[in-house]
Design a protein around this ligand. Structure first.
Ligand code: PSU
Ligand code: MN
Length: 303
């Protein structure tokens, strides 16, 4: 039921480096019409890192691991693309729907296909009103039970970051900063929260992944938090202003469930005159390249 693109299947067969990419960021996280071109740039960044990209999505009811140009274009432009978390996949597939996969769904499908590395922008997590709404992303529980290493710029700054860090700890999900002790906040370099571990090279991360297998802990994810350099982050004052306006708008309009994250990201793209988009693209490209490098380091260790 999972259709793996020939280039991806060959690389996996040969033990070569492969990196999974999610598609919700393309369909719901990035504005049109730039999203299709950015999706291609993300794939190119994985190749620069030394790996084969495998963007994952549901196309007309079939899970595709590795998209051709037509499928990527469909995800970026079609109006009937459903945001699919893990729980949505069987229903959407049975209906023949076209769906974009979130971090939760992509991590699951990547692991099913035998892919160990995954790059995205920012993970989902605990929302700021979670004490009242119980809104916590399914990304967290999915990562607690999936053999994957995900490279991201932390969790989205629209979230309750300290609560999310606590949940990552409770769920047994490893978190390490890449060349930093500070947890990034997506658009921002530093969330103000420190991390228990720092890793400084793709090789060091590959060593950790080998130990995860050796210790029988491969059933859970390792999160590599890769921040934007400080001079490339979104201006923190602008961030603060747009964030409070966006949260107020979401509350006023009664936005709920899976619409919350796309709504807030969309407000950012509109409210920062392109600055949040610039930062978002830069951080995703950086994560994709690093994930490619880690996958390549793992592949060369396999021989
Ligand atoms: N990171 C981005 N852009 C996005 C997302 C993450 O840079 O659009 C998406 C991911 O697919 C993530 C989802 O899994 O948002 C989280 O949504 P929710 O909070 O509804 O679980
Ligand atoms: Mn939610």
């Amino acid at each position: 039921m999972i259709n793996v693109a020939p280039e991806v299947a060959e690389a996996l067969q040969a033990g070569e480096a492969v990196v999974a990419l999610e598609s919700t960021i393309v369909s719901h996280g990035l504005p049109r019409p730039q999203n299709a071109e950015i999706a291609r740039q993300i794939e190119a960044a994985v190749r620069e890192g030394g790996a084969v990209p495998a963007t994952i999505a549901l196309v007309d009811g079939v899970v595709r691991v590795g998209l051709d140009d037509a499928a990527l274009e469909a995800i970026a432009t079609r109006d009937d693309v459903v945001k699919c978390s893990s729980r949505d996949l069987p229903i959407a597939a049975a209906r023949g729907a076209t769906g974009a996969t979130t971090v939760a769904a992509t991590a699951h499908l990547a692991a099913q296909a035998g892919i160990g590395l995954f790059a995205t922008g920012g993970l989902g997590g605990v929302h700021r009103e979670a004490a009242d709404t119980w809104d916590e992303s399914a990304d967290l529980v999915a990562l607690a039970r999936t053999r994957i290493c995900v490279v991201c710029a932390g969790v989205k700054s629209i979230l309750d970051i300290p609560a999310t860090l606590e949940r990552l700890e409770t769920l047994g999900i490893g978190v390490a900063g890449y060349r930093t002790e500070q947890f990034p906040a997506f658009y921002l370099t530093d969330s103000g929260h420190s991390l228990p571990w720092r890793l400084d090279s793709p090789q060091e991360i590959a060593d950790v992944l080998a130990q995860r297998e050796a210790l029988g802990l491969e059933g859970s994810a390792l999160v590599i938090a890769n921040p934007l350099p400080e001079d490339r982050q979104l201006d923190p004052a602008l961030h603060e202003r747009v964030l409070s306006e966006s949260l107020a708008a979401a509350a006023a309009e009664g936005v709920r469930g899976r619409d919350v994250t796309p709504f807030l990201l969309g407000r950012f793209h509109e409210g920062t005159a392109g600055e949040s988009l610039r930062a978002n693209v830069e951080l995703v490209l950086s994560n994709a390249r690093l994930a490619g490098e880690i996958a390549a380091a793992e592949a060369s260790a396999r021989g």
